[in-house]
Design a protein around this ligand. Structure first.
Ligand SMILES: Cc1cc2nc3c(=O)[nH]c(=O)nc-3n(C[C@H](O)[C@H](O)[C@H](O)COP(=O)(O)OP(=O)(O)OC[C@H]3O[C@@H](n4cnc5c(N)ncnc54)[C@H](O)[C@@H]3O)c2cc1C
Length: 459
């Protein structure tokens, strides 16, 4: 990268422009996954849409690739060379309660939106964790704890502001640049820098939900019950199940510390008495170590999964499943059940269907509507295991579970596109082809790399 380009960025951008060796360079590039160190030629901290336009225009003139870093929850491999822009300074959420829409700036996390919406009796359709970034999450579709009831989060996007690869600042909505809007609702990357998003909110004050934990001896019975029970649930009832191998550390609540446990998570949109009735078969399937399911404010939704908030080394791989039948239950327990020694801290299945199967009337690019469930395997957070041990472990599990794995996946769950073909498999073939055409139209010089080989390399 030329000195000339860096000098130009420093004169045209209000935010910091940092190169390797500059104070603050490493901090600007740090994110959720501590196992990843990014080394671009320059990192630019965006403060406004004008900054984003200036960076893209300067990059376009020199053919320099540009990548976007928000919270770092979704970039599993180092970004090397080129320009990285960070969005952490572009925060702020405002709510139009009458229109039931939140205006969300590029760097905002879900917790901000939840807090801004709650006083109006409204809620965003979020993911499990409220510290994930709203834009990166929604660009990948987004499947959260209320997905069966309300669908993919991208179904709730109303418009995006974006600086495209051509350096233009555009609005994408059903009425303006509708092809780009279609692509941004689930097409993930390779279009430009999104500077803001308008996002529809649902009327939701309380839920009947939470999580219940069972000791190893109850896992087979509760998991078998859960798999059958999901087939009886209405769309208003959402649930997931996870086998956790928890370390013997102080911060883990005492009844769970050092144990292999199964947690069933539940989120029912409706009356608490009915929610309690629906959840009864799970409570009756085993004796709980902790039962934290009850009426809760919708604003506490992140407590259902209780995902880690602090940065940590992280490795995961995910996919979708076609169905959960009795043979799947037996095979699943044979490969990752409590008797097995596997270096996986969490193996999670989320029940989909309902609203996740239905596209929005105007259509959207999101992949994964055909999946019945998600399956995610999260490795022990030891980077020494990331290169060989965890991929081999997951390959071994999939050798047995392969017959139930869906051909389509969801890009937010693909775990860093680690498998050949898994990026493309995040969309049906005709959707992938249309996304390629739309990228060519809005980023003709391929300034914004995307996909398995190009996502993380500056060359
Ligand atoms: C603990 C945890 C919990 C999660 N829970 C869920 C869940 O419940 N449901 C679900 O669907 N996913 C979930 N995810 C996956 C998550 O949604 C994706 O990893 C998502 O990409 C994170 O976006 P981010 O902006 O926070 O992260 P980043 O790593 O900063 O960004 C990821 C990608 O998003 C794109 N991006 C971000 N901001 C912009 C922007 N302004 N303009 C253009 N592109 C942008 C870029 O391509 C970037 O490479 C979870 C991940 C973790 C680690």
């Amino acid at each position: 990268m030329t000195e000339e380009l860096i000098t130009r960025l420093r004169s045209e951008v209000a935010g910091p422009v940092l190169t390797p060796g500059d104070e603050g360079y490493a901090e600007e590039l740090s994110g959720f996954n501590l196992a990843v160190t990014h080394t671009p030629d320059v990192v630019v901290g965006l403060t406004s849409e004008d900054d984003a336009v200036a960076v893209v225009r300067a990059a376009a003139e020199t053919g320099t690739p540009v990548r976007v870093l928000a919270t770092g929850h979704g970039i599993p491999n180092p970004m090397q060379g080129g320009i990285v822009v960070t969005t952490t300074r572009m925060t702020g959420v405002s709510v139009d309660a009458e229109a039931q829409v939140a205006h969300i700036a590029a760097g905002s996390r879900w917790a901000e939106v939840v807090a801004a919406a709650a006083p109006h009796g409204l809620a965003p359709v979020t993911g499990a964790s409220d510290v994930v970034g709203c834009i990166g999450y929604t660009l990948g579709g987004g499947l959260g704890p209320l997905a069966r009831t309300y669908g993919f989060s991208s179904d709730w996007a109303r418009s995006f502001r974006i600086v495209t690869g051509s350096g233009e600042l555009l609005t994408a909505s059903t009425t303006e640049n509708p092809d780009l809007f279609w692509a941004l609702r689930g097409g993930k990357g390779g279009f430009g820098i999104v500077t803001a998003m308008d996002f529809g909110l649902v009327e939701l004050g309380t839920l009947y939900g939470g999580s219940v934990f069972f000791d190893a001896e109850h896992i087979a019975a509760v998991f078998g019950t859960w798999a059958g029970w999901t087939k009886t649930l209405p769309e208003a009832a959402n649930s997931s199940v996870v086998i956790l191998r928890l370390p013997p550390l102080e911060f883990i609540p005492e009844p769970l510390r050092g144990k292999t446990v199964l947690s069933v998570r539940f989120a029912y949109v409706g009356d608490a008495v009915q929610g309690q009735r629906l959840f009864r078969p799970i409570r009756e399937a085993g004796t709980a170590l902790i039962d934290a399911v009850g009426e809760m404010p919708a604003g506490d939704i992140a407590l259902i999964h209780n995902d880690p908030k602090d940065p940590t080394p992280s490795w995961d791989r995910g996919m979708l499943l076609d169905e959960l039948d009795a043979e799947f239950v037996t095979t699943f327990l044979d490969v990752v059940g409590p008797e097995q020694q596997v270096p996986l801290i969490a193996v999670e299945i989320r029940h989909l269907g309902g609203a996740t199967e239905r596209d929005v009337p105007e259509g959207s690019a999101v992949g994964g509507r055909s999946g019945a469930c998600t399956l995610t395997m999260i490795g022990v957070p030891d980077p020494n295991l990331f290169e060989k041990v965890l991929p081999a472990t997951v390959d071994g599990v999939l050798a047995k579970l392969g017959p139930w794995v869906c051909t389509e996946t969801s890009v937010n769950f693909a775990g860093g596109f680690a498998l050949p073909g898994s990026y493309e498999a995040s969309w049906p073939a005709e959707t992938f082809a249309r996304l390629t055409d739309i990228r060519a139209a809005y980023d003709p010089d391929r300034l914004f790399p995307f996909g398995p080989r190009q996502e993380n390399s500056g060359s």
